[in-house]
Design a protein around this ligand. Structure first.
Ligand SMILES: Cc1cc2nc3c(=O)[nH]c(=O)nc-3n(C[C@H](O)[C@H](O)[C@H](O)COP(=O)(O)O)c2cc1C
Length: 250
């Protein structure tokens, strides 16, 4: 398997311009969003924004053209660097249809189901990390997206969520035929990734596993791969729009 290096989503930050500026760092895939993609998540996003958290505030009608524009910008900039970068879009929704619709954008290579965000405005409506609490709904939702998507499908989950068995979730995701499982291996109270959970998931399923959390240098990136991840993703270490280490050394 070829290793892939991904710029992880950061709501309110990772738009087309931001992602484009990071192309020279050597990412294989950049992630736009997270965007709120249905009425319920857009309402939740406005509430999150109003308490000062970064968010993208885009109306339902404008979301598709906005993502068309952002993904086109990235692909155009990538051609200047002779780079075949993939564009992923991280989407929060309780309805699979907007995700399926966005998968039809020609410059979108991957649609990523957000089963990760833990802001209470999202989880109380069962969105983001809330999807992990209802494995039956998660399975049907993901299967619907996988069956109808014109792009590859990723799902981003958070590890170590109370009451959630990530190995069971990983098996469900594998059964749906999802192309990528993107795991934020957050270890509550620690400033490092939970590599044991990455190891366990990688030994349980064959789905391409993107390991995320606390990759801030070459060493932490290599450790994620040694634990069994097939790829890595980076968010906060790129939040300034620059990387302080050489991705090609991982
Ligand atoms: C400001 C900010 C916004 C974020 N927004 C999202 C989001 O919308 N969707 C998502 O899946 N993850 C989001 N994340 C989580 C990151 O993608 C990543 O999982 C997390 O920061 C851990 O990775 P890191 O240690 O490389 O930062 C966000 C992170 C930050 C710092």
């Amino acid at each position: 398997m070829v290793i892939i290096k991904v710029l992880a989503p950061m709501a309110g930050i990772t738009n087309g311009k931001f992602c484009s500026n990071l192309i020279p760092c050597g990412f294989d895939m950049v992630t736009l969003g997270g965007y709120n993609a249905d009425k319920a998540s857009i309402k939740a996003g406005k509430e999150i924004l109003s308490r000062g958290r970064p968010e993208f505030d885009i109306s339902l009608e404008n979301l598709f053209p906005q993502i068309e524009k952002e993904s086109h910008l990235i692909k155009t900039r990538a051609r200047e660097y002779d780079n075949e970068i993939k564009v992923s879009v991280n989407l929060r929704s309780l309805n699979p249809d907007p995700i399926i619709h966005i998968s039809q954008i020609s410059n979108v290579d991957v649609v990523e189901i957000n089963a990760h965000c833990r802001q209470k405005e999202l989880t109380t409506i069962g969105c983001g990390q809330g999807l992990l609490q209802d494995s039956e709904f998660l399975e049907d939702f993901t299967r619907e997206v996988v069956n109808k998507s014109e792009a590859q499908v990723s799902i981003k989950i958070r590890a170590n969520v109370d009451g959630v068995d990530e190995i069971e979730i990983a098996h469900i995701i594998q059964d749906t035929g999802c192309d990528f499982i993107h795991v934020d291996a957050m270890k509550p109270g620690f400033d490092e990734a939970d590599l044991d959970v990455i190891k366990k998931i990688s030994q349980s399923i064959d789905t391409f596993l993107i390991g995320n959390n606390s990759i801030k240098d070459v060493e932490s990136g290599k450790k994620m791969l040694e634990a069994g991840a097939n790829g890595i993703s980076i968010a906060r270490a790129a939040i300034t729009g620059k990387l302080r280490f050489d991705l090609s050394k991982i």
